[in-house]
Design a protein around this ligand. Sequence first.
Ligand code: NAD
Ligand code: UFG
Length: 337
Amino acid sequence: MRIILTGGAGYIGSHTAAVLVERGHEVIILDNFVNAERDVPARLKSLTGREITIIEADIRSTEAVTAALQAHRVDAVIHFAALKAVGESEADPLLYYDINIIGTIRLLQSMQAAGIGRIVFSSSATVYGQPDSSPILENAPTRVENIYGRTKLVMEDLIRDLARVGKLKAAANLRYFNPVGAHPSALIGETPRGVPNNLMPYVTQVATGERPYLNVFGKDYPTRDGTGERDYIHVMDLAVAHAMALEHICGNDVSVTVNLGTGHGTTVLELVKAFETVTGKTIPVSIAPRRAGDVASYYADPALAQRLFGWKATLNLEDMCRDSWRWQAKRAGINDV
Ligand code: NAD
Ligand code: UFG
């Protein structure tokens, strides 16, 4: 298939691009590079051996996006482009409504104008808010706990509505749990702006010496060791899931909403220990107060993705730590990996 990836130069999009090319699909990236490095296309080329067409555009530019969809006669869209920082969304709600919600409406309008009716969408486990229990099934209640989460839920609803009334032929809302890791080549990975919000990039920056220690946000949660528990998923497993979901919905013209996680919870201290074991690095920690808005524990029930399109995570916590470290160490010019 020929597929446009909005936000395809970003973290998850670039890994998905690599996997799609490997599976024989043709990939076109549409990105405005607001949160992507300019040399990602070149790195993808050296990884895949293929030239990937890049369209520099904003998803809200209906004219440019429609023209791109028409010119390349694409079969489907994978929609990654969005802003994703919870704190920033609370500080600037209109920015998030604009880029995430209006941006998605504009994209859907462009798709309709170009006659493209198949989409895979990057949703998030954040739509579950504070879950009643884990593992979380897709039919668990959704709860909005912040503006970023609100935008994800609205975008999911827009896509589900269009599919229900037949304006989309096929759609997949993919609810990612906690993506970490990098391509094993260390040619692509995650590049957070400034101080990382997320655990794994912070840990890798402590390991390079860029930060002195990790603040562990809360040690009084009702979990095995008192620290927050999450379902970390390797970005390569996530990338493969996109390809399989896409092939499934396009092959059958169906619409689905599925969790993408491993089904296993890992606490902050368990992740730190696994990282230390895999890399031989010591991660000093300091126990800090709970972070506002954090949930104690959640992990996916990922069985639906396996039932529908045969996907199951194959990489474990050690793989995630090793590949995250390889990527960050290379960027920091450390050659011991
Ligand atoms: P990312 O920021 O690395 O990638 C997003 C890409 O979209 C970037 O390349 C950015 O330049 C581009 N972009 C942003 N606004 C745009 C616009 N208006 N027009 C065109 N391009 C634009 O983020 P990511 O981690 O790869 O996340 C991809 C998607 O997955 C996002 O929708 C995010 O909300 C969702 N998601 C991410 C996580 C996570 O932890 N990384 C978890 C759940 C869901
Ligand atoms: N944590 C620390 N120290 C840090 C960073 C994180 O102890 O420096 C802890 C958090 O308190 C939490 C766990 O590590 O217990 C994971 O935190 P992350 O920030 O890595 O991930 P979250 O689960 O909080 O958030 C992620 C995405 C959100 C998304 C949410 C649900 O960052 O955008 O998953 O999908 F909304």
